[in-house]
Design a protein around this ligand. Structure first.
Ligand code: DAH
Length: 361
């Protein structure tokens, strides 16, 4: 090969070897093989040569071009391998280290989600009143979720557009549901525990609803008390004490308003005093519905084999998101499930911070 081509090849190969990253390598490629590159210029100059010289020279330039292309490709592969090694070294982790050498503080510290926090508070407050925690499955049978609770076949809560139904296990059988409330755990508890009973049931519930105040998955807490001489005074005292302690307002106005639920008789909705204008709880002369309650319906007791002439009790149910939003002034339900760290830093609480059990008046 002619000396000038040898020299050119040596200088391009040196530049390739020096290119430290894909960008520098690309610059070398352009200066050699690009539109106005050195090798391209040689190819263009062939046309000016006499035909007998052109053939030999053309073959030599093409060999040079092939060599440069191969050198570029080899260097590219090498650089990629370097980059991968560097990344692996930078992201190396020592799996033998303990997960938390010391409890982190500041913005990286773990924190308790407001839903979990409210559940902990519910368990502590009702626990102080002698309630245990009961649980049940998210996928319920039709009987537990509806029929045993005296909810008739034509009730709107059973309609397809409100309830997530699963496929029936066999033709003709009733379809299982994602439980639409925590009330089926009343049934499960009465079937498995001898009265007297005093339980709360915090847990997930499901309904086909989605907007700023409804989510297809949400949480409720159910309460159930069964005994020989339980009456409405127990219901009222328990709920007034709970609401005042939970919201931390000793004189929170509480109103019992007659209502209807298939599984209680009589049934009451419970309202707390607030100001519609400012959103402040405890004053302002307006009422806000907060939960449903009532004396357990005799048919429900009979459905689980308890004699309604011997046993009576009360039950209640409320939305955990709802009382959490009210307590902390959270305007929108959707961020509860979005795991946005900015929202969590604002509304979540430190695992170490205690909450006070306010004295209810
Ligand atoms: N299960 C009802 C609902 O999801 C709430 C409820 C109302 C529960 C009254 C009760 C009760 O235990 O007594 O809307």
């Amino acid at each position: 090969m002619a000396d000038d081509l040898d020299m050119l090849r040596a200088s391009i190969e040196a530049a390739i070897a020096e290119a430290a990253d894909p960008r520098a390598l690309d610059a070398v490629r352009v200066s050699a093989l690009g539109k106005s590159g050195e090798v391209t210029a040689l190819l263009k100059s062939l046309g000016a040569l006499p035909p007998d010289e052109r053939k030999a020279r053309g073959a030599q330039v093409n060999v040079l071009k092939g060599e440069i292309e191969r050198a570029l490709e080899n260097r590219r592969v090498t650089l990629e391998a370097f980059a991968l090694d560097a990344r692996l070294a930078a992201e190396r982790m020592d799996v033998s280290l303990p997960p938390r050498p010391s409890a982190p503080t500041g913005p990286d510290a773990g924190s308790i989600h407001p839903i979990s926090r409210t559940m902990e508070e519910l368990i502590a407050l009702f626990g102080a009143m002698g309630f245990a925690v009961a649980e049940g499955p998210d996928i319920e049978g039709d009987w537990h979720n509806f029929s045993a609770l005296n909810i008739p076949d034509h009730h709107p809560a059973r309609q397809d557009h409100d309830t997530f139904y699963l496929t029936a296990p066999e033709p003709g059988a009733r379809r299982p549901v994602l439980r639409t409330h925590t009330s089926p755990v009343q049934i499960r508890t009465m079937l498995t525990q001898e009265p007297p009973i005093r339980v709360i049931v915090p847990g997930r519930t499901w309904r086909a609803d989605h907007d700023a105040t409804h989510s297809p998955m949400f949480h409720q807490v159910e309460g159930l008390v069964i005994g020989r001489d339980i009456h409405m005074g127990h219901l009222k005292g328990t709920l007034v004490d709970f609401l005042r302690a939970f919201f931390g307002i000793a004189d929170l106005p509480v109103r019992f308003r007659s209502s209807y639920f298939p599984f209680t008789e009589p049934s009451m909705e419970v309202d707390i005093g607030w100001s519609r204008k400012t959103g402040e709880l405890g004053q302002g002369g307006d009422w806000l519905e907060i939960l449903g309650s009532g004396m357990v319906h005799p048919k429900v007791l009979a459905n689980v084999g308890l004699d309604p002439r011997v046993w009576q009790g009360f039950a209640f149910g409320m939305g955990i998101e709802r009382i959490t939003m009210l307590k902390h002034g959270i305007p929108d339900l959707r961020p509860f499930y979005e795991a946005d760290l900015r929202w969590l830093r604002h509304y979540a609480t430190s695992p170490l911070s205690p909450f006070t059990l306010h004295d209810a008046a």
